[in-house]
Write a protein that binds this ligand. Sequence first.
Ligand code: URA
Length: 190
Amino acid sequence: MHHDNLEALATECASCKKCPLGDTRTNLVFGTGNPHADLMFVGEAPGEQEDLSGVPFVGRAGQLLDKYLYAVDIERKDVYIANILKCRPPKNRDPLPAEEDACMDYLREQVKLIRPKIIVCLGRISAMRLIKEDFKISKEHGAWFEKGGYLMTAVFHPAALLRDPRRKEDMLEDMKRIKAKLDELGATES
Ligand code: URA
């Protein structure tokens, strides 16, 4: 799979038949944001609002993510946001391993085209898939990992913060650290 740009990749993704989720979803949720973003967020899978709009992280969890971006002075238009799965699993059930396997090539291609400096996994499902299989979100959130030439970290999923607000302080600290790292990398660029 090779594509010159994200649009070509999205077009292929739109007619994907590698798993059955394309048959039940409303819209493909490919990803949105700056195609040359230094910072990329990867969530789990589209929910209902995302499925209806075709845009990742626009429901309640997405609105909470927006608040954290605002709090650390990162503009949503400057980052790229995608998910492991591009189609909504029925009733928001957890992605099946086979669905993740089927969808991962699209994410890999997205990352290759965007070439972000930092990849932030939103939640444990994304971290277990992208950082390491035995990732422990409660212990390892906010820690830095290097994989395949990318700097990676994971934070609590905003939907988990809605269920358990006690983790919100940790989330703010992690987001501040991500912003500081981004500034640091930007400063060493030129
Ligand atoms: N949760 C996710 O993991 N991704 C979305 O796009 C929305 C909610």
